[in-house]
Design a binder for this molecule. Structure first.
Ligand code: URA
Length: 259
């Protein structure tokens, strides 16, 4: 049971991928020293927290976020923020990629394993699809800013919980306010719900492809926001790419009116 518990703990902490380049055939490895077979005298219970436990409230996050007057300050503050339990299991903060002064901010869900290791959003398979989608409308990472609703990788790539999203929301809003783009593109249900609230509560399909206005504290006017599907969903559901293509065309047409 202790071994199983230890294994489960590793999985919960996100240690769910092989890290060595080559597999190790342990059948021919020299036998481990006898001590390794002894039942550990007392394995201290693992310091576990419930998945949704957070250490600070959204009010504290909001206070910290509001005190940041630049994107650099915000990144530093978020790196130092220990109030979200996800930080304990993630490798690092995944803050943003792209231009600080981009006209468009793209909001995803949360970093996955590759993003967690590299510290950059959307660099895995879903990110490669996002790059292709951007290219089709004449954009690339140097012309947009890419961020996530939750900036730390949830263990095992699970969906962030409501309380984790609520805790990170002030950081998300502040990052958008400091970047001050002309508009937003949300990818997937988590980002849509976080920014559009109740309207997106019943799923992304109801709002996908429809422009909405999002109020961001610190910005004088609401921001136009186009919710679309998450590229990871498109990888699993290629037929949905038709709808996403329409969304990208809408986005290009709208950007053209913004020059
Ligand atoms: N999916 C996301 O939502 N964000 C990333 O950074 C990577 C995958």
């Amino acid at each position: 049971m202790e071994l199983l518990d230890a294994l489960r703990l590793q999985w919960e902490w996100g240690a769910d991928e092989a890290l060595l380049d080559a597999p190790q055939d342990r059948r021919h490895a020299p036998p481990p020293p006898p001590l390794a077979f002894q039942k550990p005298a007392a394995v201290p219970p693992a310091p576990r927290r419930a998945a949704s436990t957070t250490l600070a409230g959204p009010e504290e996050a909001a206070r910290i976020a509001a005190s940041c007057m630049s994107l650099d300050e915000l990144e530093t503050a978020m790196r130092g923020f220990s109030g979200c339990a996800l930080r304990d299991t993630a490798t690092q903060l995944v803050f943003a990629d792209g231009a600080a002064d981009a006209r468009l901010v793209i909001v995803g869900e949360a970093p996955g394993g590759e993003e967690d290791r590299a510290g950059k959003p959307f660099i895995g398979p879903a990110g490669q699809l996002l790059d292709q989608m951007l290219r089709t409308i004449g954009l690339d990472r140097t012309k947009v800013r890419i961020i996530n609703t939750v900036p730390w990788r949830p263990p095992g790539n699970r969906t962030p919980t409501e309380s984790e999203i609520a805790l990170c929301l002030p950081f998300l809003h502040r990052q958008i306010a400091l970047a001050a783009p002309l508009g937003l593109l949300t990818l997937g249900a988590v980002a849509a719900k976080a920014l559009l609230g109740t309207e997106a509560q019943n799923g992304i399909r109801r709002v996908r492809g429809q422009w909405r206005q999002v109020r961001i504290e610190g910005l004088p006017d609401p921001l136009p926001c186009l919710p679309s599907y998450h590229p990871a969903y498109l990888l699993r559901t290629p037929l949905a790419k038709r709808d996403s293509w329409q969304d990208m065309l809408q986005m290009r047409a709208w950007l053209e009116t913004q020059t």
